[in-house]
Design a protein around this ligand. Structure first.
Ligand code: B12
Ligand code: SF4
Length: 528
């Protein structure tokens, strides 16, 4: 095989940014897979240029100019930037590949703009792309491994790509690490609801942590496992075997059901400084939060007591909620969340608006069948800039009134100062303040208010929300133009639109836009 010049680009964000929180955090949100793909390509003998785009780089200077093949990793929020980049690279003669959450959720759409669109990705699949490396146009090939890979290159093999990425984070650096894939739970809205849990080799984790302890003064490590700690004791044994207790700071997403007090005590001893459990709803998913059949205020009290216990041991706790689930109606769910904030002053509440990311979850089929999915441009699909599922029991104005009220309550000066006082250590305290006054708190309040005003005054917006038209309102088009900056000129104009029911339509008939796999490939051409 000829030696290829390969670019690998990790898009952490959708375009240029100046937000304070983005400056502090974006480089710390880098993905693992682009680093993995870069390591695999080098191991196959190719020349690799790796870039992590955090919104503060000049893309013209950052991106490799002359390459044969480009891999781009993107969330759906960065899909339009990815499509524009693909067009720019293709114009210079490169073949382009998309991987990551957007490729998994919207392969039919992405195949219009990329030569390859990869779902589950393992080394043999990347090897096939490297060998084929040919333009596939107008519709790219959608390929995926049969299952999630059994292992991935660890921190040591990815270090060459991790190091320049985390160097971009000015105040503290977080090394991304992964110890498992999939999840044993089956939350109906989640992309991992149908992916079996599978841990990696724990001895590799031990080796990686030893490497980090030798390489960095006091490493901070962020676990990207969908649900950290399913094999709790094995995991913690692997960590404790690697380094003396509390010499590495860890962050992880984990469900409350795994966070019993003895587990939390052990996590604290091993150096866990931040934990992000999902509460999601006051009416469903009791198994995940260890609240069984308790709902409403009873669940609030129980979860609050649990989270306060966690916070006695672990300084930073973010509790995640989904707003607008079908089990919600009226003011109660929002009022319950306010009571939770009162009772749990130190926890940072992370809110997501109910979103259906294409084929991410089987539940999305139900929304599509009921014609409840709106075709917001991908750019806005990040769980908060747009809610693309029509709420079941709320009108849009009522829903946004309640979201604004809750967000204002959460980021009122009273709540900010109670959170500050209830948090023990310096970085978590100030992180909460930065998040509140930056894009996540004040920024969202301003955005939601603007949208709420437009629901009353902008007929284009109102008709779009009410699904009387699929024409994208000028307001959204202007925002994309503004956000993409110089990359706007590369964006194919039709990319602003997508079929929100592509998943449903593909279930009815074979996907029209998705080509067959490469001959001889063990990957399948459509989703399994
Ligand atoms: C860990 C995680 C995070 C971490 C790390 C993010 C990161 N940069 O990787 C944090 C907490 C920072 C995070 C933040 C966000 N997240 Co998140 N996150 C996850 C989570 C729990 C696990 C993803 C993961 O890393 N898995 C491990 C990897 C190895 O497996 P995988 O993702 O399945 O990837 C496979 C393939 O897709 C492919 N692949 C993946 N990337 C690439 C790249 C290339 C180049 C190639 C070729 C292949 C490839 O190979 C992998 C192996 O088969 C998922 C939910 C879940 N249960 O999967 C949500 C999820 C990915 N997040 C989601 C969202 C929306 C967000 C946020 C926008 C939320 C927000 N409003 O802040 C931000 C965006 C941050 C950003 N832009 O980087 C959505 C994405 C939906 C979408 N289509 O965009 C998911 C699916 C959750 C959901 N709502 O359903 N997230
Ligand atoms: S516990 Fe978390 S990762 Fe697991 S299925 Fe539910 S939402 Fe997804």
């Amino acid at each position: 095989m000829r030696k290829l010049r390969i670019g690998v680009i990790d898009l952490v964000t959708r375009g240029p940014s100046r937000a304070l929180y983005a400056r502090v955090m974006n480089a710390n949100l880098a993905s693992i897979m682009p680093q993995v793909v870069a390591a695999w390509c080098e191991a196959e003998g190719h020349e690799v240029t790796f870039s992590c785009y955090t919104g503060f780089e000049d893309l013209d200077k950052e991106l490799p100019d002359s390459v044969d093949l480009v891999f781009i990793g993107a969330f759906t929020e960065a899909a339009l930037l990815a499509y524009a980049l693909s067009k720019r690279f293709r114009a210079k003669g490169a073949v382009t590949v998309l991987g990551g959450p957007h490729a998994r959720c919207y392969p039919e759409d992405a195949a219009k703009y990329f030569d390859y669109v990869l779902g589950f990705t393992d080394r043999p699949l990347v090897g096939e792309v490297l060998r084929d490396c040919a333009p596939h146009r107008p519709i790219g090939l959608h390929l995926q491994a049969k299952a999630q890979p059994a292992s991935l290159p660890g921190v040591r093999e990815r270090w060459k790509f991790i190091e320049p990425t985390i160097r971009k984070a000015p105040f503290f650096q977080i090394v991304p690490i992964l110890g498992s894939l999939g999840c044993p739970y089956t939350c109906s809205f989640c992309i991992d609801a149908v992916v079996p849990y599978q841990p990696f080799d724990f001895s590799e984790i031990t080796q990686d942590l030893r490497f980090l302890a030798r390489t960095l003064r006091r490493p901070r490590v962020g676990w990207h496992d969908p649900n950290f700690g399913v094999r709790f004791d094995q995991y913690l044994d692997a960590i404790d075997a690697a380094v003396p207790p509390n010499t590495i700071d860890f962050l992880a997403e984990s469900s409350l059901s795994l966070l019993s007090e003895p587990h939390v005590q052990r996590l604290a001893r091993s150096g866990f400084k931040a934990i992000l459990p999902g509460v999601e709803s006051w009416y469903e998913l009791g198994n995940k939060s260890r609240t069984g059949s308790n709902i409403g205020m009873e669940k609030v009290r129980q979860v609050s007591a649990h989270v306060n216990t966690i916070q006695r041991y672990i300084p930073y706790v973010q509790t995640n909620f989904v707003l607008g689930l079908d089990s919600d109606s009226g003011e109660e769910p929002f009022e319950l969340t306010k009571r939770f904030i009162d009772l749990t002053p130190g926890a940072f509440p992370g809110y997501s608006l109910l979103s259906a990311f294409g084929r991410a979850a089987p539940l999305n089929l139900e929304y599509q069948r009921a014609n409840r999915v709106l075709p917001f441009p991908f750019h806005f699909l990040d769980n908060n800039r747009a809610m693309n599922v029509k709420p079941k029991d709320y009108s849009w104005p009522e829903f946004y009134d309640r979201v604004i009220d809750l967000t204002r309550y959460t980021f009122s000066w009273r709540a900010i100062s109670r959170r500050f006082r209830a948090t023990r250590t310096a970085i978590p305290r100030w992180m909460n303040v930065v998040r509140a006054v930056s894009s996540e708190g004040f920024g969202r309040i301003a955005r939601y208010r603007e949208l709420r005003r437009r629901l009353d005054t902008d007929p284009q917006i109102r008709r779009f929300f009410d699904r009387e038209t699929t024409e994208i309102p000028t307001y959204y088009v202007d925002r994309v133009r503004q956000d993409l900056g110089p990359m706007w000129e590369w964006l194919p104009p039709e990319a602003l639109r997508h079929d929100p029911n592509a998943y449903l339509n593909s279930e009815a008939a074979p996907p029209a836009g998705v080509a067959a796999p490469i001959a001889g490939s063990r990957a399948s051409g459509s989703d399994g």
